[in-house]
Design a protein around this ligand. Structure first.
Ligand code: SF4
Length: 374
């Protein structure tokens, strides 16, 4: 059975980079006037030439967002279950070679975190773990997921790539969505940043969303980590290709795209390419124009002012008050952090900012009463 690897092999990174950089104003104008932009149009929208068209791109992106999603913006919060990791990634504080204190939450600690988050009003949870198959793998999820699920209306996870059968089982345990970012679609750069552990297997990760689609996972999250490769434009285009591939084959699933940019962390690397804030807006608008139905996410990696200005344009989901360490909500222990968030506002402040912008903060993404098809 074909996977995105087959499509990826047809995509030449160097050629795509040159094509994106060669786009001109007329290409951007054609892409902007298209009802359903093609991949070639997407290259124009991501190109340097599109920088002069930010205003019309944002206007169209906002119109499409309101048409498709109304004023609703979902609020979610990450819950870090563990900072154990059996990988070495140059850009991450949880890397196994970093000498930080390691912790995996037990039943009581998870319950305390859940209490704290419910008290703040959250009903939509993103579970995050380092990648440690043996200690934070399926047995751990079987033990803890049902109790967490019972307390929240929707549950997503950022977890190490698993098999299709394991994803199908996670769905029966109450999981609604899985986010798995490729980090970069440039194979040699990927190899330079993933130095030890299972994550070194570029293709196992690349094919993860195919396995998620086949397992019938309701929501699949994609993204690249901006700053790893020397071209954020090309990585964004690869994410777009990945999205189009998946939407065509696993059309029952919903998709989300996130735009993480490198943030300071223990032992972190310097970005190889800089995406400034205007360029981040350009990328967000380009995705909205390419796919009006995709959900776009902006996390607390970005500043409060930037989020307040950009969310009303095209964003569907925002995190709030994120703590990036296990036990971050009930007992704040900064030495366990994965990275430093930029927007540290309380959840009610983020919700208030959304309301002031005329948006509707949505705390509950789904009601368990409505059931899920397993
Ligand atoms: S990015 Fe993920 S896999 Fe890599 S060190 Fe961090 S937690 Fe582990």
């Amino acid at each position: 059975m074909k996977t995105f690897t087959d499509r990826w092999r047809e995509l030449d990174w160097h050629h795509i980079t040159l094509t994106i950089n060669s786009k001109r104003a007329r290409d951007v104008e054609r892409a902007l006037s298209s009802a359903r932009p093609t991949p070639d149009d997407m290259m124009a929208l991501l190109s340097p030439a599109a920088a002069d068209y930010l205003e019309p791109m944002a206007q169209k992106a906002q119109r499409l967002t309101r048409q498709r999603f109304g004023n609703a913006v979902g609020l979610y919060v990450p819950l870090y279950l563990s900072n154990l990791c059996a990988n070495d990634c140059t850009y991450c504080g949880f890397s196994m070679s970093n000498r930080i204190r390691r912790k995996t939450l037990d039943t009581q600690e998870i319950a305390r975190e859940c209490d704290a988050l419910r008290e703040m009003g959250f009903q939509h949870l993103l579970l995050v773990t380092g990648e440690h198959q043996r200690k934070v793998g399926m047995d751990y999820f079987r033990e803890h997921l049902p109790a967490i699920r019972a307390r929240f209306s929707s549950l997503q996870m950022e977890v190490q790539p698993l098999t299709q059968a394991e994803y199908a089982e996670l769905k029966t345990l109450g999981l609604d969505g899985i986010l798995v970012y490729q980090e970069t679609y440039h194979e040699a750069t990927y190899a330079r940043h993933h130095l030890r552990g299972n994550k070194q297997d570029f293709f196992w990760r690349l094919e993860t969303p195919d396995r998620l689609g086949r397992a019938g996972i309701d929501k699949i999250g994609l993204g690249s980590l901006t700053g790893l490769s020397d071209s954020w434009r090309t990585d964004c285009f690869m994410v777009a290709e990945h999205l189009l591939w998946l939407q065509k084959r696993y059309w029952q699933s919903r998709y989300s795209v996130a735009f993480p940019r490198l943030r300071p962390c223990a032992g972190g690397v310097e970005p190889a390419s800089i995406m400034d804030e205007r360029q981040l807006v350009q990328a967000i608008c380009a995705f909205r124009l390419l796919s009006p139905e995709v959900e776009l996410t902006l996390s607390t990696r970005e500043s409060p002012a930037f989020r307040d200005n950009v969310v009303p344009i095209a964003i569907n989901n925002v995190s709030a008050f994120s703590k990036t360490q296990p036990g971050g909500y009930a007992d704040n222990q900064p030495e366990l952090e994965q990275f430093l968030p930029h927007d540290n506002r309380r959840p009610e402040q983020v919700a208030q900012a959304l309301s002031l912008a005329g948006l509707q903060p949505v705390w509950k993404d789904w009601d368990p009463f409505l059931g899920r098809q397993t």
